[in-house]
Design a binder for this molecule. Structure first.
Ligand SMILES: Cc1cc2nc3c(=O)[nH]c(=O)nc-3n(C[C@H](O)[C@H](O)[C@H](O)COP(=O)(O)OP(=O)(O)OC[C@H]3O[C@@H](n4cnc5c(N)ncnc54)[C@H](O)[C@@H]3O)c2cc1C
Length: 394
């Protein structure tokens, strides 16, 4: 419908996992009209592709509520234990689901499986999806917001009561509204791949600190593990340059034989790691979520899990306002959301940054802190439980 102005209650820009999850949550718990705008064309689904994501127990509970988990669970792998160790130093730290009385610490899923499960649920709901359509302009109105979109049929303007920016790390909404970000300079990259094992192993994930970077191994089915190596750009580049054979040899040398023999490695992808947050979570009737609001190092696997907690709180506030027959897109509600979420967001970013700094540094003094840290986790009563609970998102 070119040149015609449509009206909708909530318009979400970006159909990544965050935009999709919020759209489904609001469509289930409220009678609001929800629109979802995605710039990229829909790609054919390929199972088990993309980044491997560790979802906390808390995130799984949200996906259950959204009727997404029933689709995703058969493709997921549970994590019951996390082993943390350092090459050349004695001892490991174990965090277990048993210690915090949960069925699992979390679950591993592939990005393509998560997106597909969310898209299927959104497709079978009453959400109005515009794809491909790209946000190119925003106008604050007295009663709401006008979003200008570029679609295959030409320019289109949509008026909404609340506009949600879920449009990723280089958010167009954030730049159009000139909301500054605070970005920590980062010298770090991550290499992401999958490795194949000779024998089946599952349910334990590993973090191993080595002079050549942090090696994470996360279970994906019985004999496949997601392998993430994070380190300085040059460390990661050195891993990426290795032939397949040498990559496996070096991995086996640094990681050891905890998972037996590694027999194959998939295509490697490298991501520069950024850590940033938006200086405001909302402006008038526009709210920022997901990577548009905060981006963190994946060492603690917290980014999406934190965003899912943001979604739950936003959805609850909107639902409560509607139950009380109050307008939902108000300054009062958005400022309540921002103050409600600020503590968790700051704590999660700080926790992730501390882990990144301590564990990525090669300095001998930080090596001692790291050693003390690993032992501390084992011996300080309550600390292990705290870390397991934070990881599990409960
Ligand atoms: C290597 C790595 C590993 C990670 N591992 C974990 C993990 O284990 N656990 C965890 O919790 N988190 C993890 N994360 C973080 C997680 O990937 C992010 O939190 C999550 O992907 C953010 O989702 P999003 O929907 O906000 O953004 P995105 O997935 O980037 O989606 C944004 C969407 O907006 C669309 N868009 C952009 N601009 C426009 C526009 N102008 N108009 C319309 N649409 C637009 C884009 O096409 C895209 O589809 C990891 C991140 C990395 C880099």
């Amino acid at each position: 419908m070119p040149n015609e102005k449509r009206k909708i209650d909530v318009l979400i820009i970006g159909a990544g996992p965050v935009g999709l999850a919020l759209a489904i949550a609001l469509s289930k718990s409220t009678p609001l009209n929800i629109g979802l705008v995605e710039a990229n064309e829909k790609k054919p689904y390929k199972a088990g592709q993309g980044k491997a994501l560790a979802l906390s127990y808390g995130s799984i509970q949200l996906l259950e509520k959204l009727s997404v988990w029933e689709r995703l669970q058969p493709l997921s792998t549970e994590i019951n234990e996390v082993h943390v160790s350092e090459k050349g130093r004695f001892g490991i730290t174990k965090l277990t689901a048993k210690e915090i009385d949960l069925p699992a610490l979390g679950y591993m899923v592939s990005q393509s499986d998560l997106s597909h499960a969310l898209e299927e649920e959104a497709g079978s709901s009453r959400i109005q999806i515009l794809q491909p359509a790209k946000l190119s302009g925003i106008k604050h109105l007295e009663q709401g917001v006008e979003a200008q979109l570029e679609t295959a049929l030409g320019q289109q303007a949509i008026e909404c009561q609340l506009l949600v920016a879920a449009d990723g790390v280089d958010s167009a909404v954030r730049s159009l509204l000139k909301i500054p970000v605070v970005e920590k300079p980062s010298e770090m990259s991550a290499l992401v791949t999958r490795v194949h094992l000779k024998k089946a192993h599952a349910k334990t994930s590993y973090q191993r600190f080595t002079p050549r970077g942090i090696i994470a191994m996360l279970p994906l089915g019985n004999s496949r593990y997601a392998n993430i190596i994070s380190g300085t750009h040059s460390q990661v580049h050195a891993w990426n340059k290795l032939s397949e054979e040498h990559y496996i040899d070096q991995l086996q040398d640094d990681f050891g034989y905890r998972l037996g023999k590694i027999v194959g490695v998939d295509k490697r992808m490298v991501f520069p790691l950024r850590q940033l947050h938006s200086t405001a979570l909302y402006q008038k009737k526009v709210i920022l979520l997901g990577h548009a609001a905060h981006v963190m190092h994946p060492v603690a696997a917290q980014g999406l899990n934190l965003s899912f907690r943001d979604i739950e709180d936003l959805e609850r506030l909107i639902e409560e306002a509607l139950e009380q027959r109050k307008p939902f897109a108000t300054n009062e509600l958005l400022s309540e959301y921002a103050s409600m979420r600020s503590r968790d967001q700051k704590a999660t970013m700080k926790f992730t940054h501390i882990l990144e700094t301590i564990f990525s540094s090669q300095s001998p003094s930080l090596g001692k802190v790291r050693k003390a840290g690993l032992l501390g986790i084992e011996f300080i009563p309550g600390l292990k439980k705290f870390l397991s609970k934070r990881g599990a998102g409960v």
